[in-house]
Design a protein around this ligand. Sequence first.
Ligand code: B12
Ligand code: SF4
Length: 578
Amino acid sequence: MTRIKKILFIIPLHIPFEDYINPPSNARSIMKNDGKYYNSIMTDLPLGAMSMSAYIKKFHPGIDVKLLDFNVEINLFDDGFPYENFYKFVHDHLSKINFSPDVVAISSLFSPSFNNFIDCGKSSKEIFPKSLVIGGGNIPTNSYEYIYDELKHDFFDALCFGEGEKPMVELIEAENASKYLENSTSWITPKKLRMFKGAVTPTHNFVDDLDDIPFFDYDLCDYNTHGLNPVMSAFSSFSDQTGFHIMTSRGCPFMCTFCASHKVHGRDMRYHSLERVKKDAKKLKDKYGATTLIFQDDHLMGDPERVYEILKIIKELKVQAIFQNGLTLYALNHHMLSAFYDAGIDQLVLPVESGSEKVLKKQMKKPLKTKISEQVARDCREIGIYTDANVLVGMPGETKEDIDEARIKLRGLNANWYHVVCASPIVGSEMHELALENNYISGDTLGADYRKAVINTEDFSAEYIQNVQYAMNLELNFVYNSDIKLGHYELALKGLNNVVRVRSDHAFGHYYMSMCYFYLKDFTNAKKHLSSYIDLVDNVFWRKYINLYNLPILEKQSLDNITSNTFSTQNYDELIAV
Ligand code: B12
Ligand code: SF4
């Protein structure tokens, strides 16, 4: 009989604490009652912990599992954040928690959360010295040597390699937990690592048939707080939806150099059966009130026939669906896109990644041609699907010429919106290895995320990429906005409105909204947004870009006579000079 009766899952803050307190200018932020801006923390459901909990309870229904997600906890302070660092926050929180765990299981998926993961481990051992403190997820899977050998953070009793369902159940069932951890290849311990230096080769221990994992333990989360700010809310059509996350497959066979997913889930595809997908989706709708399913599959399009069936389920249940990770573009032919639309899906994320063939092929090793991206964007427009294109800039090996080529090419893609981010050397990716080997990384990489450029190569500096990333965002979404260019002002307002909703001081957002309203002959709103723009023209940050893109410097008197001339002063040819 197991001695493990209580397990506490902890999810560290996803982003560096410093970025929470002082959000970078290109991050979504919110103002709290103390008048200060804080980063707007995403509260998506932690599927890993929910899956492990369901699997554990299948074999040991008596085990009491709790979840503490600091991305949610940190959002609950309305009057400003009272702690000077993340460690103090966690420490205080754990010391007040009314739960004595036998195991504290900390999950860390993201490089930017590395230091927070460590703070959680340290605090947990201090507050619960008799508990087993373990870690798992992408970061421990890839950084166990760094954590134990370099940082000497032995407060983690063991770190799990890859997926944790089976290793957790084996741990619970072990006669002697310490002995099991030392002997199992799913776990790395400080003792094992030091004893067999260099020869520790942990292995994946997958649940081969995903249906063996019961319906995920959604009850670990309280939707009232976890549903406050999921990533989905950044998409205009989904901001008022009740979204529940679901992952119908694991694995991805592709080799994109910037990706680390395979390190945890492997490269072979494993799927939940269609019956199971249907049952879960129905339960999420009927029992939990889901109006939107948020698919987290890495490679949903792995089996197109299966996708048609999943779309039928979505249609039958009359729920919306969002595919945040993007869908493999080559599988999105006109027929497939029409099936998506027929199922009620009118917004898709397109992982376009670059407008340069060379960068796609050589730097990213992405099996994609720009003409496929263009075709998909064109088909979506024709069918009526709104598209958000993801773009990465600043891969090692990318040159300034490649970047300029991509900038120009992407203008012709005509996606509705673009999310341009800085390529980041995430731990576990081929790009990270390359960047390390060549000394390309500046600053604290473990804290790096896609908003902050950290790669410096022979071709560019991180600062250059940071500037280009912001300029590309302004160009593709505002100055060269495809919907404005095509005269689809209502569609343009969808994206622009979304920006101004989360950043009310966005000068470009207001200017281009005013332009759209003007051409839609809604002069009241045209005047309102132009007035907000005029209030921002003297702002130092915006003035730089206003000058760069030749937006007009207007005064309040202009509001009395808004004409098409107000909006036609740009000189597009100069724009590449950032
Ligand atoms: C969903 C998701 C998100 C969600 C997070 C939802 C959440 N609350 O967890 C959101 C959208 C918020 C997100 C954000 C980001 N993401 Co993301 N995301 C994913 C994605 C697609 C799926 C994660 C998931 O739910 N998996 C399903 C569950 C079942 O698996 P799991 O969580 O990995 O858990 C299993 C194992 O890891 C392990 N395990 C996990 N925890 C523990 C704990 C213990 C104790 C044990 C024993 C085992 C264990 O067992 C679990 C069950 O099998 C992964 C890719 C992937 N397939 O993993 C990328 C991934 C994790 N994300 C990634 C990145 C880079 C990011 C961002 C940095 C990107 C950005 N735009 O800035 C941000 C980070 C946060 C930020 N800065 O805002 C990278 C992380 C790599 C890295 N080294 O950093 C991944 C791996 C994708 C990739 N391209 O490589 N992401
Ligand atoms: S980025 Fe997407 S397609 Fe590429 S390897 Fe990762 S999961 Fe697969």
